[in-house]
Design a protein around this ligand. Structure first.
Ligand code: PMP
Length: 404
């Protein structure tokens, strides 16, 4: 007998499992709307031209080697990453009070950040994190593994398919002081619903008043609107108000570096001295986890951000990706309207970023998968990036069928 006989079969990951189901589906009409990755109009993965160019430069560079990076990663990448988020005129950066480490894309940055908080928040703070309901499924596990008690704050209003701002502020006002609040910096996943600028201002005041610890998850900067600065507005609002905050950045979507695992974790503090000590402790979190991060993706991202020509190319492509996704929203909306499906579908146009949260029930989603070979997460989230002008009519037809 194996000593592993008692090991139970684990359920497939609710998001990654969608792609497995799609792959195994023999139907030629099959569609993968589960994957959170950009696809071209032809449904193909896309490597940005700026990324290819940076990669070639790196390979041609005689100074390139494969030595270990420091525990905190590529210093130039870290500098450029935090500047991308906090802005070129950030007082926190000017005053050198931001500690930044490279980490394994957004997920790894969140994990290192959660572990740091769990160990180093003042002893009087509760180890409680408030996550939006719903949120990206991995948040619960990430904070749970770091020893946090996970709670939810109301976020999505099913009736309007918009923000439940009243519920959100009520829940966060009632949170014990010193709780961590996870905020999606832009393009909330899975709902595509963000607070307005005025609502962010109110959330800033609430965060200060209730003495919450803001933890921004920035996985879609530039990908939501096509504009890197516009998508960083919430993070900058909080940082420029002088709040101490934690920020996890991913370059998976906005640079298409998914598998390269390029990301950064920053802790914005009140002084250079504190930032220095925080960075020293972040290294103690990282060293026993994976010692130091991979170099290739960060080298690419640093070149793309740091080289004016590549940076301009990148921003152009970013605008192009955001534009195609927005165009898909319009196409899908028109297709739904053309079929006179009951209900108000304008949320398809209003929601932003990669996903649309359809409000379809679990059984309707299951019917989309089984009868129509349209693969999606069963919470009704569809990836707009996985759609094309050619496939949108098929999706509209399928939705018309399952809601009928
Ligand atoms: N946060 C959110 C909200 C996400 O949607 C994602 C990616 N799906 C991530 C973090 C992390 O992604 P990655 O680790 O690939 O950067």
């Amino acid at each position: 007998d194996s000593m592993w006989e008692q090991v139970q079969q684990a359920p497939p990951d609710p998001i990654i499992g969608v792609t497995d189901g799609w792959r195994a589906d023999p139907d030629p009409r099959k569609l993968n709307l589960g994957v959170g990755a950009y696809r071209t109009e032809e449904g193909k993965p896309y490597v940005l031209k700026a990324v290819r160019e940076a990669e070639q430069q790196i390979l041609a560079d005689p100074a390139m080697n494969k030595e270990y990076l420091p525990i905190s990663g590529n210093a130039e990448f870290n500098r450029l990453a935090r500047t991308l988020a906090l802005g070129p005129n950030s007082p926190a950066i000017r005053e050198a009070r931001v500690a930044t480490v490279q980490a394994l894309s957004g997920t790894g940055s969140l994990r290192v950040g959660a572990e740091f908080l769990s160990t180093h928040l003042p002893a009087s703070f509760p180890r409680i994190v408030y996550l939006p309901n719903p949120t990206w499924g991995n948040h619960k596990s990430i904070f749970g593994k770091a020893g946090f008690q996970v709670r939810e704050y109301r976020y999505f209003d099913a009736a309007t398919r918009g923000l439940d701002f009243g519920g959100m502020t009520a829940d966060l006002t009632a949170a014990p002081p010193g709780s961590v609040v996870l905020l999606h910096a832009c393009a909330h996943n899975p709902t595509g619903v963000d607070p307005s600028r005025e609502q962010w201002r109110q959330l800033l005041e609430l965060t200060r008043r209730t003495r919450l610890v803001p933890f921004f998850d920035s996985a879609y900067q530039g990908f939501a609107s096509g504009d890197l600065d516009a998508d960083a507005a919430a993070v900058r609002l909080f940082a420029e108000a002088g709040l101490e905050l934690v920020l996890a950045q991913s370059f998976a979507k906005n640079m298409g570096l998914y598998g390269e695992r390029a990301g950064a974790l920053s802790v914005v503090t009140k002084s250079r001295e504190v930032a220095t000590r925080v960075e020293s402790q972040l290294k103690l979190v990282i060293r026993p986890m994976y010692s130091n991060p991979p170099m290739h993706g960060a080298a690419i991202a640093a070149r793309v951000m740091g080289d004016p020509k590549l940076n301009a190319m990148w921003q152009e492509e970013l605008r192009g990706m955001a534009k195609r996704i927005k165009a898909m929203r319009q196409v899908l909306y028109d297709q739904l309207r053309a079929r006179n499906i009951p209900g108000d579908w304008s949320f398809v146009l209003k929601q932003i970023g990669m996903f649309s949260f359809t409000g379809l029930s679990r059984s309707q989603c299951e019917m989309l998968v089984k009868k129509w070979h349209i693969h999606l997460t069963l919470d009704g989230r569809i990836s707009m990036a996985g759609l094309s002008a050619a496939t949108a009519p098929y999706l509209a037809e399928a939705i018309a069928d399952v809601v009928a």
